[in-house]
Ligand binder design. Sequence first.
Ligand code: CA
Ligand code: CA
Length: 186
Amino acid sequence: MNTNNKNWLLSLILLAAVAHPGLAHAEVIQWEANGHYYEYLEELATWEEAHIIAENRTVNGNPGYLVTLTSQDENDFVYYQVLGGDAPAPWGDPWIGGYQNSDHSAPDLNWHWVTTEDFDWVNWAPGEPNDFDEIYGEMYLQFTPGGGGMWNDHHSLNPKPMIIEYSNDVVATDESSWGSVKSLYR
Ligand SMILES: [Ca+2]
Ligand SMILES: [Ca+2]
């Protein structure tokens, strides 16, 4: 695709995002590698709230879910192109779609994506995951503040912005299994 076509496509995508009602921060970008759409949503929510917000949104008929980062290339695209590198919102680095399914696990065990994708590629920041909060544990995934796109495990008590991915390729975790475990989380 030549530069003019790329610019035209980007304009179309941005126009579609601007036309989408109710967004606090509207910019939807498509990744050529997989055709998925990605959006940084500057709406503050706990991880559990963000999970629901994401699953109630669509772009061009593609259902949303908190972003799943399953390769270095995807992580780099989201961090540099969608989030703009080390320039996240000042009130906190955004949620991404990983969660841990037991508060009795070692910090690095039993992590899952909100989709059916395997949690086999990881990008932990040095010293993470660490269950730093001894009271609530740290069961949710976020970009670590100022951390070059690496990850931190965190509790869900502080509202943060989120990154949403949109595609028809992956089936979201069904609500029955999600419902049975989410009451464990903080
Ligand atoms: Ca993904
Ligand atoms: Ca942590």
